[in-house]
Design a protein around this ligand. Structure first.
Ligand code: ZN
Ligand code: ZN
Length: 103
């Protein structure tokens, strides 16, 4: 989880992008979360969740969830996820968050 100062910067970035690109969207609970897949470290743009299937021995439990970056989201969910990222203009977000993280 990013610190409060960093999160404030993320919110500013989001506001700026939305002004020029109304299609831009990153879910609120992603803000400040970090993609941990293979020690990725990028700012999260997606939340993924396990589906609890029929016959699960503990069907009332909370499903497993995690925050991921676009690259790892697309790695799991494929080309349709790539189209979604393009439509929601996540490239604009990644460009600016990379600058913030000093990558
Ligand atoms: Zn990642
Ligand atoms: Zn994305």
């Amino acid at each position: 989880m990013r610190n409060r100062e960093y999160q404030k910067n993320l919110l500013k970035i989001i506001e700026d992008i939305k002004k020029k690109n109304p299609d831009f969207y990153v879910g609120g609970s992603c803000i400040g979360e970090i993609c941990l897949v293979n020690n990725c470290g990028k700012d999260a743009t997606h939340k993924i969740g396990e589906e609890i299937l029929d016959g699960d021995p503990h069907p009332m439990r909370h499903n497993l969830t995690n925050y991921v970056c676009c690259e790892h989201y697309q790695m799991v969910l494929g080309n349709i996820a790539k189209l979604q990222c393009e439509e929601q203009r996540h490239d604009l977000y990644s460009e600016q968050t990379n600058l913030l993280s000093g990558l």
